[in-house]
Design a protein around this ligand. Structure first.
Ligand SMILES: O=P(O)(O)OC[C@H]1O[C@H](O[C@H]2O[C@H](CO)[C@@H](O)[C@H](O)[C@H]2O)[C@H](O)[C@@H](O)[C@@H]1O
Length: 391
């Protein structure tokens, strides 16, 4: 199969409209590419360098570099023992104003539970930056054992799924809990429960399979035809970026990630240009921006939001008034899930962020440790309900 075409340009970034002035917060961090969507200098001042003929202008024009700079909260200071991102005092005022719009899910817990009365909660959790802190080495993004216990306990009471940009196998290795459902590759690789024949009947890319414990499951891979293409692109990206110190390329089966967190900022244009040049040959692939990572994925109408809908359906919880889905995530790709919940008026998105960000979420949590506290509160709440005889 000819996996590439020399004649078409790739679909570039996926800008999300951002209103910066609603809260009067000038430091609002944008998920989208400011260079592409806004007048220059709105969020970041990108110094104008003399263009390298025919080369770096491509990625500048496409807004990639601006998006790369805006893609993760700046590291103000690092604690000695934990390599995690935290905000400085300067940002606290902006953060407090931002929380008027995105209240803490901890302090609003009672409100959330009032709404949850008589409903079944379904939990959806992102992995990186939500269950594990953001660290320099993606291979070492371990979740703490305390977090693992909190997730396991929550899964005992609520159907719980992890939806990650990583490959499904990799995220399962990190989490290691058999009681959950897993979706990898930004929802393009879902292993869900077998309820009835609906999955196979409704979706051509859904097959019956068995999980690692030998349990029968439905495996839904809407981008399965892209497997050889992603593999080819992954190998090309590894080859083409190997001269750029600090670059790391990951193969997540139905998408590939090019990390530049450990690349000297002066070499970011070279990283971007490499990815841009490779993508030019693959019009059926597109680029999205994550936290200090460029992600190459198929142009298909599928994302974490669709994955949430699919899982709800598979769990027998779709289109049901008495179900309250809660999705906790920190990344731009999680916005698709927040949007599905918000627009369908079905449940709550909770954004994990230590800096103000425009979002489709309803609530916020500052960091993974607050996510753990929230999960514990959910379990306590459920236990107290059980104690009172209500299930
Ligand atoms: O959907 P997620 O589970 O949040 O996965 C998104 C990406 O997470 C990983 O990268 C991010 O976390 C790394 C470890 O903390 C960090 O080093 C990197 O800068 C972040 O972008 C993962 O490696 C990516 O492939 C995922 O797409």
């Amino acid at each position: 199969m000819d996996l590439k075409s020399k004649h078409a340009a790739p679909v570039l970034t996926d800008p999300v409209p951002v209103s910066k002035s609603r809260l009067g917060i000038s430091s609002l961090l944008s998920y989208s590419s400011p260079g592409a969507a806004f007048p220059s200098g709105l969020y970041l001042t990108i110094p104008r360098k003399k263009p390298v003929p025919g080369k770096l202008d491509d990625v500048r024009a496409a807004g990639w570099l601006d998006a790369m700079k805006a893609s993760s909260p700046p590291r103000k200071k690092l604690t000695k023992d934990f390599n995690i991102e935290i905000t400085s005092e300067d940002n606290d005022v902006a953060y407090s104003s931002w929380m008027i719009k995105y209240p803490s899910a901890l302090t609003s817990f009672e409100n959330i539970m009032n709404y949850a009365k008589g409903k079944r909660i379904a939990l959806f959790l992102d992995y990186d930056g939500t269950l594990s802190p953001i660290v320099d080495d993606p291979d070492r993004a371990f979740m703490s054992n305390a977090m693992r216990i909190a997730v396991r306990d929550a899964a005992e009471y609520f159907p719980t799924a992890i939806i990650s940009g990583r490959s499904r196998d990799m995220v399962y290795e990190f989490v290691g809990l058999t009681e959950l459902y897993y979706a990898g590759s930004h929802g393009m690789d879902i292993m869900g429960p077998v309820r009835d024949l609906a999955c196979a009947d409704d979706h051509p890319n859904c097959i019956r399979s068995t999980d690692k414990q030998g349990k029968e499951v439905n495996l839904f891979q809407p981008a399965s035809e892209f497997l050889p293409m992603i593999d080819e692109v992954f190998r090309t990206l590894v080859e083409n970026t190997k001269g750029i110190k600090g670059t790391k390329v990951e193969n997540h089966k139905f998408c590939a990630s090019v990390h530049y967190r450990n690349v000297d900022e002066k070499n970011w244009p070279a990283v971007a240009q490499c990815v841009h040049d490779v993508l030019k040959d693959y019009p059926r692939l597109r680029l999205t921006h994550g936290r200090k990572v460029l992600e190459v994925r198929p142009v298909i109408d599928w994302d974490k939001g669709k994955a949430v809908e699919f899982l709800l359906e598979s769990l027998g919880l779709g289109n049901s008034e008495d179900v309250l889905p809660i999705y906790v995530g920190d990344d731009r790709t999680d916005e698709d899930a927040f949007k599905v919940l918000r627009e369908g008026q079905r449940g709550y998105g909770i954004l994990v962020s230590s800096v103000p960000k425009e979002s489709n979420a309803f609530y916020s949590l500052r960091d993974p440790s607050e996510v753990m506290d929230f999960l514990k509160l959910l379990v306590e709440w459920k236990k107290s309900k059980k104690g009172k005889g209500a299930l």
